[in-house]
Design a protein around this ligand. Structure first.
Ligand code: AP5
Length: 185
Protein backbone atom coordinates (compact mmCIF):
# COMPACT_ATOMS: atom_id res chain seq x y z
CA UNK A 1 0.00 0.00 0.00
CA UNK A 2 1.55 3.30 -1.10
CA UNK A 3 -0.54 6.43 -0.59
CA UNK A 4 0.20 10.10 -1.29
CA UNK A 5 -1.49 13.01 0.51
CA UNK A 6 -1.58 16.25 -1.48
CA UNK A 7 -3.04 19.45 -0.10
CA UNK A 8 -2.25 23.07 0.63
CA UNK A 9 -0.52 24.13 3.85
CA UNK A 10 -2.83 23.58 6.81
CA UNK A 11 -5.18 21.21 4.97
CA UNK A 12 -4.58 18.50 7.59
CA UNK A 13 -2.11 16.25 5.76
CA UNK A 14 0.01 15.65 8.87
CA UNK A 15 -2.96 15.28 11.22
CA UNK A 16 -4.76 12.78 8.99
CA UNK A 17 -1.58 10.94 7.99
CA UNK A 18 -0.90 10.08 11.63
CA UNK A 19 -4.41 8.72 12.07
CA UNK A 20 -4.47 6.71 8.85
CA UNK A 21 -0.96 5.30 9.33
CA UNK A 22 -1.83 4.13 12.84
CA UNK A 23 -5.04 2.58 11.58
CA UNK A 24 -3.39 0.80 8.63
CA UNK A 25 -0.06 0.15 10.37
CA UNK A 26 1.95 1.71 7.57
CA UNK A 27 4.93 4.09 7.68
CA UNK A 28 4.37 7.87 7.67
CA UNK A 29 6.94 9.76 5.59
CA UNK A 30 6.56 13.52 5.98
CA UNK A 31 9.14 15.54 4.07
CA UNK A 32 8.33 18.61 6.19
CA UNK A 33 9.04 16.66 9.40
CA UNK A 34 12.22 15.18 7.92
CA UNK A 35 13.47 18.63 6.88
CA UNK A 36 12.65 20.14 10.29
CA UNK A 37 14.53 17.25 11.95
CA UNK A 38 17.52 17.96 9.69
CA UNK A 39 17.47 21.62 10.73
CA UNK A 40 17.20 20.65 14.40
CA UNK A 41 20.12 18.23 14.03
CA UNK A 42 22.13 20.94 12.23
CA UNK A 43 22.98 18.65 9.30
CA UNK A 44 24.24 19.86 5.92
CA UNK A 45 20.75 19.18 4.45
CA UNK A 46 19.18 21.19 7.27
CA UNK A 47 21.41 24.18 6.67
CA UNK A 48 20.61 24.07 2.93
CA UNK A 49 16.85 23.75 3.52
CA UNK A 50 16.31 26.27 6.33
CA UNK A 51 16.15 29.50 4.32
CA UNK A 52 13.74 28.04 1.72
CA UNK A 53 11.40 26.83 4.46
CA UNK A 54 11.52 30.13 6.31
CA UNK A 55 10.45 31.90 3.09
CA UNK A 56 7.77 29.29 2.34
CA UNK A 57 9.46 28.18 -0.88
CA UNK A 58 10.03 24.60 -1.95
CA UNK A 59 13.39 23.13 -0.99
CA UNK A 60 15.23 22.24 -4.25
CA UNK A 61 13.91 19.04 -5.83
CA UNK A 62 17.27 17.29 -5.90
CA UNK A 63 17.74 17.57 -2.12
CA UNK A 64 14.23 16.37 -1.35
CA UNK A 65 14.27 13.49 -3.84
CA UNK A 66 17.55 12.20 -2.41
CA UNK A 67 16.14 12.38 1.13
CA UNK A 68 12.93 10.56 0.15
CA UNK A 69 14.84 7.90 -1.82
CA UNK A 70 16.80 7.00 1.32
CA UNK A 71 13.70 6.95 3.53
CA UNK A 72 11.65 4.88 1.09
CA UNK A 73 14.45 2.33 1.01
CA UNK A 74 14.36 2.11 4.81
CA UNK A 75 10.54 1.87 4.88
CA UNK A 76 10.66 -1.03 2.42
CA UNK A 77 10.12 -3.79 4.90
CA UNK A 78 6.90 -2.36 6.38
CA UNK A 79 3.45 -3.15 5.01
CA UNK A 80 3.23 0.15 3.20
CA UNK A 81 3.80 3.84 3.41
CA UNK A 82 2.01 7.17 3.24
CA UNK A 83 3.87 10.08 1.65
CA UNK A 84 2.81 13.35 3.32
CA UNK A 85 4.00 16.44 1.45
CA UNK A 86 5.86 14.64 -1.33
CA UNK A 87 5.81 14.98 -4.29
CA UNK A 88 5.14 18.74 -4.55
CA UNK A 89 6.33 19.46 -8.07
CA UNK A 90 6.24 17.68 -11.41
CA UNK A 91 9.99 16.89 -11.30
CA UNK A 92 9.45 15.31 -7.86
CA UNK A 93 6.51 13.25 -9.16
CA UNK A 94 8.60 12.03 -12.09
CA UNK A 95 11.49 11.20 -9.77
CA UNK A 96 9.11 9.22 -7.55
CA UNK A 97 7.90 7.28 -10.59
CA UNK A 98 11.53 6.36 -11.31
CA UNK A 99 12.21 5.31 -7.70
CA UNK A 100 9.11 3.11 -7.62
CA UNK A 101 9.80 1.59 -11.02
CA UNK A 102 13.29 0.57 -9.90
CA UNK A 103 11.78 -1.15 -6.85
CA UNK A 104 8.92 -2.75 -8.81
CA UNK A 105 6.31 -0.87 -6.76
CA UNK A 106 3.16 1.01 -7.73
CA UNK A 107 1.19 3.86 -6.23
CA UNK A 108 -2.07 2.70 -4.68
CA UNK A 109 -3.77 6.09 -4.41
CA UNK A 110 -3.35 9.86 -4.27
CA UNK A 111 -5.66 11.71 -1.88
CA UNK A 112 -6.22 15.46 -2.19
CA UNK A 113 -7.36 17.33 0.92
CA UNK A 114 -9.40 20.34 -0.16
CA UNK A 115 -9.94 23.24 2.27
CA UNK A 116 -10.87 26.88 1.51
CA UNK A 117 -7.98 29.35 1.80
CA UNK A 118 -9.58 31.43 4.60
CA UNK A 119 -9.83 28.34 6.78
CA UNK A 120 -6.22 27.35 6.00
CA UNK A 121 -4.96 30.76 7.06
CA UNK A 122 -6.95 30.65 10.31
CA UNK A 123 -5.61 27.18 11.18
CA UNK A 124 -2.00 28.11 10.45
CA UNK A 125 -2.04 31.44 12.28
CA UNK A 126 -3.46 29.60 15.32
CA UNK A 127 -0.65 27.00 15.22
CA UNK A 128 2.35 29.40 15.30
CA UNK A 129 5.06 27.22 13.70
CA UNK A 130 8.07 29.37 12.60
CA UNK A 131 6.80 29.32 8.98
CA UNK A 132 3.23 30.21 10.04
CA UNK A 133 3.60 34.01 9.69
CA UNK A 134 1.09 35.87 7.47
CA UNK A 135 3.69 36.61 4.80
CA UNK A 136 5.09 33.07 4.66
CA UNK A 137 1.62 31.51 4.67
CA UNK A 138 0.65 33.61 1.62
CA UNK A 139 3.79 32.48 -0.14
CA UNK A 140 3.18 28.82 0.75
CA UNK A 141 -0.37 29.08 -0.64
CA UNK A 142 0.93 30.61 -3.87
CA UNK A 143 3.65 27.97 -4.21
CA UNK A 144 0.98 25.30 -3.74
CA UNK A 145 -1.15 26.74 -6.55
CA UNK A 146 1.75 27.18 -8.95
CA UNK A 147 3.93 24.15 -8.33
CA UNK A 148 1.93 21.47 -6.53
CA UNK A 149 -1.64 21.81 -7.81
CA UNK A 150 -0.65 20.68 -11.34
CA UNK A 151 0.06 17.27 -9.80
CA UNK A 152 -3.67 16.76 -9.35
CA UNK A 153 -4.07 16.55 -13.14
CA UNK A 154 -1.00 14.35 -13.37
CA UNK A 155 -2.52 11.76 -11.05
CA UNK A 156 -6.12 12.28 -12.22
CA UNK A 157 -5.05 11.26 -15.72
CA UNK A 158 -3.69 8.03 -14.27
CA UNK A 159 -6.93 7.30 -12.42
CA UNK A 160 -5.24 7.53 -9.02
CA UNK A 161 -6.77 10.71 -7.59
CA UNK A 162 -9.47 10.95 -4.92
CA UNK A 163 -10.49 14.39 -3.60
CA UNK A 164 -11.69 14.68 -0.03
CA UNK A 165 -13.23 17.73 1.62
CA UNK A 166 -10.88 18.66 4.45
CA UNK A 167 -13.26 20.95 6.39
CA UNK A 168 -15.16 19.75 9.44
CA UNK A 169 -13.88 17.95 12.50
CA UNK A 170 -10.76 15.79 12.32
CA UNK A 171 -12.96 12.73 12.85
CA UNK A 172 -15.26 13.69 9.96
CA UNK A 173 -12.32 14.18 7.62
CA UNK A 174 -10.81 10.86 8.70
CA UNK A 175 -14.08 9.10 7.91
CA UNK A 176 -14.16 10.65 4.43
CA UNK A 177 -10.60 9.47 3.81
CA UNK A 178 -11.42 5.99 5.09
CA UNK A 179 -14.29 5.82 2.62
CA UNK A 180 -12.02 6.34 -0.40
CA UNK A 181 -9.00 4.29 0.69
CA UNK A 182 -8.19 1.32 -1.55
CA UNK A 183 -8.61 -2.15 -0.16
CA UNK A 184 -5.28 -3.65 0.84
CA UNK A 185 -3.30 -5.28 -1.97
P1 AP5 B 1 5.25 20.83 5.52
O1 AP5 B 1 5.66 20.57 6.87
O2 AP5 B 1 4.84 19.69 4.65
O3 AP5 B 1 4.12 21.95 5.56
P2 AP5 B 1 2.83 22.26 4.67
O4 AP5 B 1 2.62 21.48 3.44
O5 AP5 B 1 2.86 23.73 4.52
O6 AP5 B 1 1.73 21.70 5.57
P3 AP5 B 1 1.44 21.95 7.09
O7 AP5 B 1 2.31 21.07 7.93
O8 AP5 B 1 1.45 23.41 7.40
O9 AP5 B 1 -0.07 21.52 7.11
P4 AP5 B 1 -0.74 20.09 6.97
O10 AP5 B 1 -1.48 20.00 5.70
O11 AP5 B 1 0.21 18.97 7.32
O12 AP5 B 1 -1.80 20.27 8.12
P5 AP5 B 1 -1.68 19.89 9.65
O13 AP5 B 1 -2.18 18.52 9.86
O14 AP5 B 1 -0.31 20.23 10.15
O15 AP5 B 1 6.38 21.63 4.70
C1 AP5 B 1 7.00 22.75 5.29
C2 AP5 B 1 8.05 23.28 4.34
O16 AP5 B 1 9.05 22.27 4.09
C3 AP5 B 1 7.54 23.68 2.94
O17 AP5 B 1 7.02 25.00 2.91
C4 AP5 B 1 8.82 23.54 2.11
O18 AP5 B 1 9.68 24.65 2.32
C5 AP5 B 1 9.48 22.31 2.74
N1 AP5 B 1 9.06 21.06 2.07
C6 AP5 B 1 8.34 20.04 2.60
N2 AP5 B 1 8.15 19.08 1.69
C7 AP5 B 1 8.76 19.49 0.56
C8 AP5 B 1 8.89 18.93 -0.73
N3 AP5 B 1 8.35 17.75 -1.08
N4 AP5 B 1 9.59 19.64 -1.66
C9 AP5 B 1 10.16 20.82 -1.37
N5 AP5 B 1 10.06 21.42 -0.16
C10 AP5 B 1 9.37 20.75 0.80
O19 AP5 B 1 -2.75 20.91 10.26
C11 AP5 B 1 -2.49 22.28 10.31
C12 AP5 B 1 -3.18 22.85 11.57
O20 AP5 B 1 -4.59 22.68 11.42
C13 AP5 B 1 -2.79 22.12 12.85
O21 AP5 B 1 -2.72 23.04 13.90
C14 AP5 B 1 -3.94 21.12 13.05
O22 AP5 B 1 -4.13 20.82 14.40
C15 AP5 B 1 -5.11 21.89 12.46
N6 AP5 B 1 -6.14 21.02 11.89
C16 AP5 B 1 -5.94 19.90 11.16
N7 AP5 B 1 -7.13 19.37 10.78
C17 AP5 B 1 -8.08 20.19 11.27
C18 AP5 B 1 -9.50 20.18 11.22
N8 AP5 B 1 -10.20 19.23 10.58
N9 AP5 B 1 -10.17 21.19 11.84
C19 AP5 B 1 -9.50 22.16 12.51
N10 AP5 B 1 -8.15 22.22 12.59
C20 AP5 B 1 -7.46 21.25 11.98
Amino acid sequence: MLIIFIGPPGSGKGTQAERICTRLDIAHLSTGDMLRAAIEAETELGSQAAAYMQRGELVPDQLVVEMVGESLGRANSSSGCLLDGFPRSLPQAEALDGLLQREGKQLSQVIELDVPDEELVQRLLARKRPDDTSETIQNRLQVYQQQTRPLLDYYQQRGLLESVRGSGTMEEVEERIQAVLPTRD
